[in-house]
Design a protein around this ligand. Structure first.
Ligand SMILES: *[C@@H]1O[C@H](CO)[C@@H](O)[C@H](O)[C@H]1NC(C)=O
Length: 330
């Protein structure tokens, strides 16, 4: 009986956590900074944050603080001469993922064209992240029409198992392969370990993260329709949003708060949805901020007050994992 009461109190608690329906505004300082699929890292030598974005052969924004400024006139490119990958789209690079490995900043990017599987994930490295310092190592993995997966939306995880690359969008979902010994060395067959998404679900943008405060690995992803120029605004509830599951290992499986494995079609607990003037948030990355000591989420969103297909802006918030699940806070 006592056990049953504890169980029902626990499930009420979990249900209340899962139903976060009000969200704080993005922290001040970036609501005019146009980005897509942002990722962030801090360089403790130059004492600057670097935000990388889709566009401009991967845009580089820098700021001394998370509150900006992120000056437009200083924006550089990771690969100003395009990617060496020989595919259509190699001058329109997507979805940067930044990390630090073996003494070098490491940036994965995708080469593709909208809605196709003619795609590849490439990687570039730098000792400082500054424009003009990036070396393109080229292709890591690729996909073609007929494959069950699409090799876009990279995310690197490094744990005791080693380096692993997560990727995928729509099609049969998001997958994970091993990389070894280097950041551009595929070490296990495609598509690899199936972690989330399935059956053409509009799920993409995986990001695996382990907060130091928790024993779990969290699998964040974006789900839904992203507003594009020339199409109507997606119906309420179908638009882009950030979902999550968690598991004991970076290799999965990952489960949402109701216990559904993320490979099932509707699984995922809401982390961040549309609110106020913030519409269709997604393209998220998570970062352990060494300055505040807090977990940070960066994402893009469009403004409800803009015309459909308008630009997307940089959103930054903190995440509170103290309940065991990420809650977006100011
Ligand atoms: C990428 O760089 C090439 C060569 O400098 C340029 O022609 C192209 O417009 C750039 N792509 C984007 C999306 O800015």
């Amino acid at each position: 009986m006592k056990f049953a009461i504890v169980g029902s109190v626990l499930s009420i608690f979990l249900a209340s956590v899962s139903s976060q329906t009000t969200f704080p505004a993005p922290i001040a300082g970036s609501d005019e900074t146009v980005v897509r699929d942002p990722s962030i890292f801090y360089n403790s030598d130059s004492k600057k944050y670097f935000v990388f974005s889709t566009g401009n052969n991967i845009s580089i924004f820098t700021s001394p603080t998370l509150n900006g400024p992120w000056p437009e006139d200083d924006v550089g490119s990771v690969l100003p001469d395009c990617s060496v990958i020989d595919l259509p789209g190699n001058c329109v690079l997507w979805a940067p993922d930044i990390s630090f490995n073996d003494g070098l900043y490491t940036l994965y990017y995708a080469v593709s064209t909208f809605g196709t599987q003619n795609s590849a994930i490439g990687v570039a490295t730098s000792s400082s992240m500054e424009p003009g310092t990036w070396t393109d190592l080229g292709e890591v993995i690729s996909s073609a029409p007929g494959d069950s997966y699409n090799t876009i939306d990279p995310n690197l995880i490094s744990d005791s198992v080693g380096l692993q690359l997560v990727f995928g969008s729509y099609w049969d979902g998001m997958f994970q392969i091993d990389l070894s010994p280097g950041v551009n060395d595929q070490a296990s067959p495609l598509p690899g370990n199936h972690l989330a998404g399935a059956s053409g679900r509009p799920a993409e943008g995986a990001f695996v993260y382990k907060p130091t405060s928790q024993p779990f690995y969290y699998f964040f992803f974006s789900d839904g329709v992203t507003p594009v120029v020339g199409s109507p605004r997606p119906a309420a509830g179908t638009e882009y949003k950030v979902l999550v599951g968690r598991g004991a290992d970076a290799q999965g499986p990952f489960f949402d708060e109701l216990g559904n494995d993320l490979v099932s079609f509707t699984a995922g607990s809401l982390v961040l949805g549309s609110h106020d003037n913030v519409f269709a948030p997604g393209g998220q990355s998570i970062y352990a901020d060494p300055i505040s000591g807090r977990d940070v989420i960066v994402y893009h969103y469009v403004k409800l007050s803009d015309p459909v297909g308008g630009p997307s802006y940089l959103g930054i918030n903190y995440l509170d994992f103290s309940s065991g699940w990420p809650v977006v806070v100011a």
